[in-house]
Design a protein around this ligand. Structure first.
Ligand SMILES: Nc1ncnc2c1ncn2[C@@H]1O[C@H](COP(=O)(O)OP(=O)(O)OP(=O)(O)O)[C@@H](O)[C@H]1O
Length: 346
């Protein structure tokens, strides 16, 4: 007997977490298919795109004069619209294996601080990249949905999403954001703080990638192993030559103190502005941390000490936002209320 497999038709509707550091794409019915750095490499002499994503990230800080590696979403806003559009188009096409037969519905997650002009720009980029309908969802809402919080219930849910460029703090109840605060401090700022610290203390210049590695390997908000060390390489600012030094976990904790304190202050500020009934709910259920920055060692513990509230790190914090856009896609009709732009574009 010959079996004939007929592939079930599946919708290519997609959710995109357009992050400062990483872009993730969720395809309805399939899950997360793309997870790549939000970086585009350009050849400035020919004005052409050389690489997008992982391949482009490898070029950061290592490019010859005519090639530039750009992060179009620096600081949680669209720093360069044309390049952002190129990046969105690339990821949409990649997720569709470069077929252009299906015009998908797309939900894009943007930081809550973006301006109306930027929102329109993202929608236009999605449309020109082939979307049939495009919607926007705010990052803290997507993060809360993705972390499995009951956002529709009449109860206070607090989410702190620490991304690359921004930290978004929000209290959500009944499908809406009641109080929120968005600051331009996130993982990137932590990397920068490490660069500045090493420069000040050791007269050594290190690059963004090295500094991110230091943060991930030995960085912390409160450290249990202050003596732990890491060897790092950079350029001596006096001799101009390459040099290797050792830094301790305690030094890196000190370097990260300022951005970490700013995140703590943003959470406390939001709690102060929260209506009492909702803060009582948060007191019971706790604060949920999402986003890659929340993986900084000891950050959850410090937040617990500073707020005297329970703090939970979401499962797979880097994926919460895109998972939230995925849920929004699956339940588009009932969730339209939480989408910023319910009006379809076509
Ligand atoms: N284990 C870790 N410890 C500390 N930081 C980490 C860890 N893993 C990832 N990060 C940091 O998380 C950040 C990226 O997080 P994420 O992908 O959630 O941000 P994003 O969604 O791209 O940014 P945004 O939300 O600002 O648009 C980077 O700064 C990265 O260095």
């Amino acid at each position: 007997m010959v079996f004939k497999f007929i592939s079930a038709p599946f919708s290519r509707d997609m959710g995109i977490d357009l992050g400062t550091a990483n872009t993730l794409v969720y395809i309805k019915g399939k899950g997360i298919l793309i997870r790549e750095p939000s970086v585009v490499a350009l050849d400035s002499s020919e004005d052409s795109v050389l690489a997008v994503g992982e391949e482009a990230k490898k070029m950061i800080g290592r490019t010859p004069g005519n090639i530039i590696a750009v992060r179009p979403m620096k600081d949680g806003v669209i720093a360069d619209f044309d390049i952002t559009e190129t990046m969105i188009r690339h990821f949409i096409e990649k997720a569709h294996k470069r077929t252009r037969l299906v015009r998908p519905r797309v939900i894009i997650c943007v930081p809550s601080g973006v301006t109306e002009v930027e929102k329109r720009a993202v929608l236009d980029a999605a449309r020109s990249a082939g979307a049939r309908e495009a919607y926007l969802i705010e990052e803290p809402m997507a993060a809360a949905i993705g972390a499995g919080l009951p956002v529709h219930e009449p109860t206070g849910n607090m989410v702190v999403d620490i991304g690359g460029g921004t930290t978004e703090v929000a209290i959500i109840s009944l499908g809406g954001i009641v109080t929120s605060r968005s600051i331009r401090i996130g993982g990137d700022e932590m990397d920068e703080a490490i660069i500045q610290y090493i420069k000040r203390k050791y007269n050594l210049m290190i690059g963004e990638r090295t500094s991110e590695e230091i943060k991930i390997d030995i960085g912390s908000a409160v450290t249990d192993e202050p003596e732990k060390t890491k060897e790092i390489r950079g350029r001596d600012l006096v001799s101009g030559l390459p040099k290797t030094i050792e830094v301790t976990a305690e030094e890196i904790r000190e370097a990260l103190e300022e951005p970490v304190t700013q995140i703590m202050d943003a959470v406390k500020y939001t709690l102060e502005k929260t209506p009492p009934e909702l803060s009582a709910d948060v007191m019971d259920k706790g604060i949920v941390l999402t986003g890659g920055g929340s993986l900084l060692q000891g950050l959850d513990r410090l937040l617990m000490e500073e707020t005297q509230m329970p703090v939970h790190l979401a499962e797979e914090p880097l994926d919460c936002v895109v998972k939230g856009t995925g849920v929004a896609l699956e339940e588009l009709e009932s969730l339209k209320r939480v989408l910023i732009t319910p009006k379809k574009i076509s």
